[in-house]
Design a protein around this ligand. Structure first.
Ligand code: HEC
Ligand code: HEC
Ligand code: HEC
Ligand code: HEC
Length: 427
């Protein structure tokens, strides 16, 4: 063998070693979900039972019991009344349960406890409220169909032993992601989306969307319905509600303006999916359930909380601007959203008062009055979509500001038409 032949063989050996190693590395770095499934029996809802087989995920899940504020001052995992920062909430929800108790959300492990302690519920409350609080909803729906929604809440709560847990998002036998909220499955079907055929990427948001979305209770049955038939944007959902779907007219009537009002509920998925990240194919789990490593093992964090607490792990896989820049962007977006939200909320309070004052005048113009009521209903819907959304604008900054701008303008229009109804400038 000549010298050059020898070096060629040596080179080939090095290349073989190198590429062989690369092939092995790629083989090892499979998606994190290829864990060996422990075949947990169907109907096992206790996260501790699942945790025996998946200790890393369970340990991080339990961190949701931690209570700490968000570094930006918005959101956070501490139960504080939202009206502390926005006293206008007490007037906007006058005459309905959200004026009694409306606290900031905290970790999933508290979902049942916070429902039980909420001053918003009472003896007349219905089983529908468990839909987004517990995996027991799977069994309830299997046994009773939508009838569970009309049972007394206390009865359904006694049967719901566990708060949001593994079985809400995982098939116990295969550990594949799944959704069990029948309202979400039906809403997607009406939009032509079969959730059983969804991609893994979509499922990484759908598991959250099944609860973090706007809904209403159908009158009579209390069935939970998502208002998505016309689309997920504020105007599209408002148009849907304007057609009185399932006979649903209002959540309550505001006692001052006598306007038929809508209460928006945490439309996190709606805002996110029409925003920059949603459109770019980023999922809720990308930010809220980042990959972690322990003893060389890669796993998905199940500490579902503010991504600012895990900023590097949550954002750096896609962004190289550095955590200080990113944290500052989030804070700026939230400050700008809050300022406009606070302003719009206060103007809507004035609109309710203006309509009340106009209605008290004996010579009031009824048709203008009706128009002013429609305007304040719409204004508050636009305001509430952003106020009830949990990210203070971050999930979709431009839409948040646009929606609040509309709320502000609609509130001014309501005041103007109320003045016209009164025949004098009252406000
Ligand atoms: C691009 C990253 C990103 C994506 C994607 C994302 N979020 Fe967020 N989310 C954030 C940030 C940042 C905040 C603000 C956290 C704060 O204020 O501390 C937030 C806040 C929240 C909050 C409030 C947290 C608190 O402290 O009270 C909830 C709930 C939430 N997101 C749910 C979702 C859901 C559900 C989805 C998918 C439909 C989603 N997020 C998608 C980044 C993201
Ligand atoms: C709110 C939804 C949700 C809940 C509740 C939940 N998971 Fe997950 N889990 C996920 C998502 C999302 C992934 C990532 C799956 C993927 O990318 O394919 C995941 C992945 C996993 C994996 C695959 C390995 C990994 O780390 O990526 C295991 C195992 C797992 N979860 C166990 C659990 C256990 C045990 C519980 C209860 C203590 C639980 N999960 C609760 C959403 C959830
Ligand atoms: C079965 C319903 C359900 C599912 C599924 C669900 N959530 Fe939640 N989520 C809730 C409820 C209810 C709360 C409020 C709990 C409380 O305040 O007691 C909550 C609270 C949160 C919070 C606030 C936590 C904090 O520390 O303040 C975040 C963030 C969040 N969810 C994100 C997500 C994401 C991301 C997913 C999907 C990976 C998801 N949720 C799936 C029902 C759900
Ligand atoms: C899976 C990838 C991915 C993750 C994770 C991710 N982003 Fe993004 N982000 C994008 C893409 C793609 C865009 C749009 C294109 C661009 O600006 O690069 C974007 C845009 C942005 C923008 C500008 C647009 C806007 O909506 O204001 C900000 C700010 C931002 N991201 C912050 C964050 C923060 C903070 C986190 C972590 C909490 C995060 N991102 C996590 C992919 C991601």
């Amino acid at each position: 063998m000549s010298k050059s032949q020898k070096s060629l063989i040596a080179l080939l050996a090095v290349l073989l070693l190198f590429f062989g190693f690369v092939v092995i590395r790629i083989g090892v770095a499979k998606p994190a979900t290829t864990v060996k499934a422990a075949k947990i029996p169907a109907g096992e809802y206790d996260p501790a039972a699942w945790g025996q087989y998946y200790p890393l995920q369970y340990a991080s899940y339990k961190k949701m019991a931690e209570e700490s504020p968000s570094p930006t001052g918005y959101g956070g995992s501490v139960k504080v009344q939202k009206s502390e920062m926005q006293p206008e909430i007490l007037m906007l929800f006058k005459g309905m349960p959200f004026s009694r108790d409306y606290s900031e959300d905290r970790g999933h492990v508290y979902a049942l406890e916070d429902l039980r302690e909420s001053k918003r519920i009472g003896p007349a409350s219905k089983g529908a409220c468990i839909t987004c609080k517990t995996p027991y909803v799977e069994q309830a729906y299997k046994e009773m169909g939508w009838d569970y929604a009309n049972k007394p809440l206390s009865e359904m709560m006694d049967k719901s032993k566990q708060p949001v847990a593994c079985a809400n998002c995982h098939d116990p036998a295969t550990m594949n992601l799944r959704v069990i909220n029948p309202a979400f499955i039906e809403a997607q079907a009406r939009r032509g989306i079969d959730v059983t055929k969804a991609s893994r990427e979509d499922m990484r948001s759908y598991v959250c969307a099944q609860c973090h979305a706007e809904y209403y209770f159908a009158p009579g049955t209390n069935k939970v319905v998502f208002p998505w038939d016309k689309g997920l944007k504020p105007a599209e959902m408002y148009a849907y509600y304007s057609e009185k779907p399932n006979g649903f007219v209002q959540d309550w009537q505001h006692p001052d303006s006598k306007a038929n009002m809508l209460k928006a509920q945490h439309p996190d998925y709606e805002l996110f999916s029409t925003g920059t990240h949603g459109k770019a194919g980023v999922s809720c789990a990308d930010c809220h359930m980042p990959y972690m490593r322990k003893d060389g093992q890669k796993y998905t964090s199940h500490w579902v909380t503010s991504p600012l607490k895990t900023l590097d792990a949550s954002c750096s896989p896609c962004h190289n601007q550095g955590s200080a820049w990113l944290a500052d962007r989030v804070k700026t977006i939230q400050d700008e959203t809050f300022e406009l939200q606070h302003m719009a909320g206060q103007n809507i309070v004035r609109a309710h008062a203006a309509i009340k004052a106009a209605a008290a005048r004996p010579d009031v113009d009824e048709s203008n009055l009706a128009q002013a009521r429609e305007l304040v209903r719409k204004a508050q819907w636009y305001w509430d979509l952003i106020a009830a959304e949990n990210s203070m604008g971050f999930h979709n900054p431009s839409q948040a500001l646009n929606t609040l701008g509309q709320a502000n303008e609609l509130a001014h229009q309501a005041i103007e038409i109320a003045n016209r109804a009164a025949g004098v400038k009252l406000f």
